[in-house]
Design a binder for this molecule. Structure first.
Ligand code: C5P
Length: 226
Protein backbone atom coordinates (compact mmCIF):
# COMPACT_ATOMS: atom_id res chain seq x y z
CA UNK A 1 0.00 0.00 0.00
CA UNK A 2 1.46 3.36 -1.05
CA UNK A 3 2.09 5.91 1.69
CA UNK A 4 1.52 9.66 1.62
CA UNK A 5 4.26 12.14 2.52
CA UNK A 6 3.40 15.81 2.97
CA UNK A 7 6.18 18.20 1.94
CA UNK A 8 6.42 20.86 4.65
CA UNK A 9 7.91 23.56 2.44
CA UNK A 10 7.48 26.47 4.83
CA UNK A 11 9.72 29.42 5.68
CA UNK A 12 9.40 28.92 9.46
CA UNK A 13 9.05 26.08 11.95
CA UNK A 14 5.88 27.52 13.50
CA UNK A 15 3.85 27.44 10.31
CA UNK A 16 5.17 24.00 9.39
CA UNK A 17 4.34 22.57 12.81
CA UNK A 18 0.91 24.20 12.81
CA UNK A 19 0.07 22.50 9.49
CA UNK A 20 1.57 19.24 10.72
CA UNK A 21 -0.66 19.42 13.77
CA UNK A 22 -3.71 19.56 11.52
CA UNK A 23 -2.56 16.50 9.54
CA UNK A 24 -1.42 14.44 12.51
CA UNK A 25 -3.13 11.04 12.66
CA UNK A 26 -4.11 11.27 8.97
CA UNK A 27 -0.84 11.63 7.04
CA UNK A 28 1.92 9.28 8.24
CA UNK A 29 5.01 11.06 6.88
CA UNK A 30 6.35 14.62 6.84
CA UNK A 31 9.08 15.77 4.50
CA UNK A 32 11.53 18.41 5.66
CA UNK A 33 13.29 19.95 2.68
CA UNK A 34 16.01 22.53 2.33
CA UNK A 35 13.78 25.56 2.91
CA UNK A 36 12.47 24.44 6.31
CA UNK A 37 15.72 22.78 7.37
CA UNK A 38 17.79 25.89 6.65
CA UNK A 39 15.32 27.98 8.59
CA UNK A 40 14.51 25.72 11.52
CA UNK A 41 17.54 23.42 11.85
CA UNK A 42 17.59 19.78 12.91
CA UNK A 43 15.37 20.31 15.97
CA UNK A 44 12.32 20.37 13.71
CA UNK A 45 12.90 16.67 12.96
CA UNK A 46 12.60 15.74 16.62
CA UNK A 47 9.51 17.89 17.04
CA UNK A 48 7.79 16.14 14.13
CA UNK A 49 8.78 12.72 15.45
CA UNK A 50 7.40 13.69 18.87
CA UNK A 51 4.10 14.47 17.12
CA UNK A 52 4.05 10.90 15.82
CA UNK A 53 5.20 11.44 12.23
CA UNK A 54 7.73 9.46 10.27
CA UNK A 55 10.30 11.98 9.11
CA UNK A 56 11.85 12.24 5.66
CA UNK A 57 14.80 14.63 5.35
CA UNK A 58 15.05 15.66 1.70
CA UNK A 59 18.32 17.56 1.31
CA UNK A 60 19.41 15.74 -1.89
CA UNK A 61 23.06 15.38 -0.94
CA UNK A 62 25.48 15.73 -3.87
CA UNK A 63 29.17 16.21 -3.01
CA UNK A 64 32.39 14.24 -2.73
CA UNK A 65 31.87 10.77 -1.20
CA UNK A 66 33.40 11.53 2.22
CA UNK A 67 31.33 14.69 2.71
CA UNK A 68 28.09 12.96 1.75
CA UNK A 69 28.83 9.98 4.00
CA UNK A 70 29.42 12.28 6.98
CA UNK A 71 26.22 14.21 6.22
CA UNK A 72 24.25 10.95 6.04
CA UNK A 73 25.61 9.93 9.46
CA UNK A 74 24.66 13.29 10.96
CA UNK A 75 21.17 13.23 9.44
CA UNK A 76 20.56 9.73 10.76
CA UNK A 77 21.66 10.86 14.24
CA UNK A 78 19.07 13.65 14.04
CA UNK A 79 16.33 11.05 13.55
CA UNK A 80 15.72 11.18 9.80
CA UNK A 81 14.08 7.90 8.80
CA UNK A 82 14.45 8.54 5.09
CA UNK A 83 17.11 10.53 3.23
CA UNK A 84 17.92 11.58 -0.30
CA UNK A 85 21.17 11.69 -2.23
CA UNK A 86 21.65 12.42 -5.95
CA UNK A 87 22.31 9.32 -8.07
CA UNK A 88 24.34 11.57 -10.36
CA UNK A 89 26.87 11.76 -7.52
CA UNK A 90 27.97 8.37 -8.87
CA UNK A 91 28.93 4.97 -7.58
CA UNK A 92 31.52 5.91 -4.94
CA UNK A 93 29.35 8.62 -3.44
CA UNK A 94 26.26 6.41 -3.33
CA UNK A 95 28.08 3.36 -1.96
CA UNK A 96 29.78 5.39 0.79
CA UNK A 97 26.42 6.92 1.66
CA UNK A 98 24.99 3.39 1.85
CA UNK A 99 27.73 2.29 4.24
CA UNK A 100 27.27 5.40 6.36
CA UNK A 101 23.53 4.83 6.58
CA UNK A 102 24.07 1.21 7.59
CA UNK A 103 26.43 2.17 10.38
CA UNK A 104 23.86 4.54 11.87
CA UNK A 105 20.24 3.89 12.88
CA UNK A 106 19.56 2.96 9.31
CA UNK A 107 17.42 5.46 7.43
CA UNK A 108 15.96 4.47 4.07
CA UNK A 109 18.27 5.85 1.39
CA UNK A 110 16.69 7.17 -1.80
CA UNK A 111 18.52 8.33 -4.91
CA UNK A 112 17.14 11.27 -6.85
CA UNK A 113 17.09 10.42 -10.56
CA UNK A 114 15.80 13.36 -12.64
CA UNK A 115 13.95 16.18 -10.88
CA UNK A 116 10.25 16.22 -11.73
CA UNK A 117 10.57 19.91 -12.66
CA UNK A 118 12.60 18.94 -15.76
CA UNK A 119 10.83 18.28 -19.03
CA UNK A 120 12.40 17.01 -22.26
CA UNK A 121 15.34 19.14 -23.39
CA UNK A 122 15.60 21.04 -20.09
CA UNK A 123 18.42 19.18 -18.30
CA UNK A 124 21.61 21.18 -18.80
CA UNK A 125 24.04 19.34 -21.07
CA UNK A 126 21.94 16.18 -21.24
CA UNK A 127 20.17 15.41 -24.50
CA UNK A 128 18.37 12.28 -23.35
CA UNK A 129 14.70 12.06 -22.50
CA UNK A 130 14.17 12.46 -18.74
CA UNK A 131 12.29 9.14 -18.50
CA UNK A 132 15.06 7.25 -20.23
CA UNK A 133 17.79 8.84 -18.11
CA UNK A 134 15.80 8.28 -14.91
CA UNK A 135 15.42 4.57 -15.76
CA UNK A 136 19.17 4.20 -16.30
CA UNK A 137 19.99 6.00 -13.05
CA UNK A 138 17.46 3.80 -11.21
CA UNK A 139 19.12 0.65 -12.45
CA UNK A 140 22.49 1.98 -11.23
CA UNK A 141 20.95 2.92 -7.87
CA UNK A 142 19.71 -0.65 -7.46
CA UNK A 143 23.22 -1.95 -8.13
CA UNK A 144 24.66 0.44 -5.55
CA UNK A 145 22.32 -0.88 -2.87
CA UNK A 146 20.01 2.11 -2.44
CA UNK A 147 16.57 1.37 -1.00
CA UNK A 148 14.76 3.32 -3.67
CA UNK A 149 14.70 6.18 -6.12
CA UNK A 150 12.93 9.48 -6.45
CA UNK A 151 11.28 9.58 -9.86
CA UNK A 152 8.19 10.82 -11.61
CA UNK A 153 5.08 8.64 -11.40
CA UNK A 154 5.40 8.49 -15.17
CA UNK A 155 8.60 6.45 -14.75
CA UNK A 156 7.54 4.23 -11.84
CA UNK A 157 6.04 1.35 -13.84
CA UNK A 158 9.11 0.97 -16.05
CA UNK A 159 11.49 1.13 -13.09
CA UNK A 160 9.43 -1.39 -11.10
CA UNK A 161 9.34 -3.77 -14.07
CA UNK A 162 13.15 -3.81 -14.23
CA UNK A 163 13.95 -3.48 -10.51
CA UNK A 164 11.00 -4.87 -8.55
CA UNK A 165 12.85 -4.54 -5.25
CA UNK A 166 13.56 -0.84 -5.65
CA UNK A 167 11.06 1.50 -3.99
CA UNK A 168 9.71 4.41 -6.01
CA UNK A 169 9.08 7.70 -4.26
CA UNK A 170 7.19 10.08 -6.52
CA UNK A 171 6.86 13.87 -6.26
CA UNK A 172 5.13 15.87 -8.97
CA UNK A 173 1.78 14.53 -7.76
CA UNK A 174 -1.20 16.62 -8.77
CA UNK A 175 -4.91 15.86 -8.28
CA UNK A 176 -6.77 16.23 -11.59
CA UNK A 177 -7.84 19.86 -11.12
CA UNK A 178 -4.68 21.14 -9.39
CA UNK A 179 -2.15 23.58 -10.84
CA UNK A 180 1.14 22.06 -11.99
CA UNK A 181 3.14 24.97 -10.47
CA UNK A 182 6.83 24.49 -11.39
CA UNK A 183 6.45 20.72 -11.80
CA UNK A 184 6.62 19.20 -15.27
CA UNK A 185 6.42 15.38 -15.18
CA UNK A 186 3.25 15.20 -13.11
CA UNK A 187 0.71 12.46 -12.36
CA UNK A 188 -2.50 12.15 -10.38
CA UNK A 189 -2.37 10.25 -7.08
CA UNK A 190 -4.43 7.38 -8.52
CA UNK A 191 -2.28 7.05 -11.63
CA UNK A 192 0.96 7.12 -9.62
CA UNK A 193 -0.28 4.39 -7.28
CA UNK A 194 -1.48 2.32 -10.25
CA UNK A 195 1.99 2.72 -11.78
CA UNK A 196 3.54 1.17 -8.66
CA UNK A 197 4.66 4.19 -6.62
CA UNK A 198 5.45 3.26 -3.00
CA UNK A 199 5.44 6.80 -1.61
CA UNK A 200 3.72 9.92 -2.95
CA UNK A 201 5.19 13.30 -1.99
CA UNK A 202 2.65 16.10 -2.06
CA UNK A 203 3.35 19.69 -1.11
CA UNK A 204 1.36 22.63 -2.42
CA UNK A 205 -1.85 20.76 -3.30
CA UNK A 206 -2.13 20.15 0.47
CA UNK A 207 -0.21 22.98 2.11
CA UNK A 208 -1.84 25.73 0.04
CA UNK A 209 -5.35 24.26 0.07
CA UNK A 210 -8.10 26.21 1.85
CA UNK A 211 -8.62 23.08 3.94
CA UNK A 212 -5.33 21.10 4.04
CA UNK A 213 -6.84 18.21 6.02
CA UNK A 214 -9.67 17.77 3.49
CA UNK A 215 -7.16 17.96 0.63
CA UNK A 216 -4.98 15.29 2.26
CA UNK A 217 -8.01 13.06 2.90
CA UNK A 218 -9.13 13.38 -0.73
CA UNK A 219 -5.66 12.35 -1.92
CA UNK A 220 -5.61 9.39 0.50
CA UNK A 221 -9.06 8.31 -0.72
CA UNK A 222 -7.86 8.47 -4.30
CA UNK A 223 -4.75 6.44 -3.41
CA UNK A 224 -6.71 3.76 -1.61
CA UNK A 225 -9.41 3.27 -4.23
CA UNK A 226 -6.84 2.11 -6.79
O1 C5P B 1 4.54 21.40 -3.87
P1 C5P B 1 4.93 20.14 -4.58
O2 C5P B 1 3.91 19.03 -4.46
O3 C5P B 1 5.37 20.37 -6.02
O4 C5P B 1 6.22 19.65 -3.78
C1 C5P B 1 7.01 18.58 -4.20
C2 C5P B 1 8.12 18.36 -3.21
O5 C5P B 1 8.91 17.28 -3.64
C3 C5P B 1 9.05 19.55 -3.03
O6 C5P B 1 9.35 19.63 -1.65
C4 C5P B 1 10.28 19.20 -3.82
O7 C5P B 1 11.47 19.66 -3.21
C5 C5P B 1 10.27 17.68 -3.79
N1 C5P B 1 10.88 17.01 -4.92
C6 C5P B 1 10.47 17.17 -6.21
N2 C5P B 1 11.09 16.51 -7.23
C7 C5P B 1 12.10 15.67 -6.99
C8 C5P B 1 12.51 15.47 -5.67
C9 C5P B 1 11.87 16.16 -4.65
O8 C5P B 1 9.52 17.92 -6.45
N3 C5P B 1 12.64 14.97 -7.94
Amino acid sequence: MAELIVALDFPAADSALELAGRLRGTVPWCKVGMELFCQAGPSVLARLRDMGFHVFLDLKFYDIPHTVAQAVRAAARHGAEMLTIHTQGGERMCCEARQAADSAQPPLLFGVTVLTSFGPGQMPGIEREPADFAAQLASMAAGWGLDGVVCSGQEAAGIKARQPGLRCLCPGIRPAAAAADDQCRIMTPAAAVAAGADYLVVGRPITRADDPLAAARAILDEMHTC
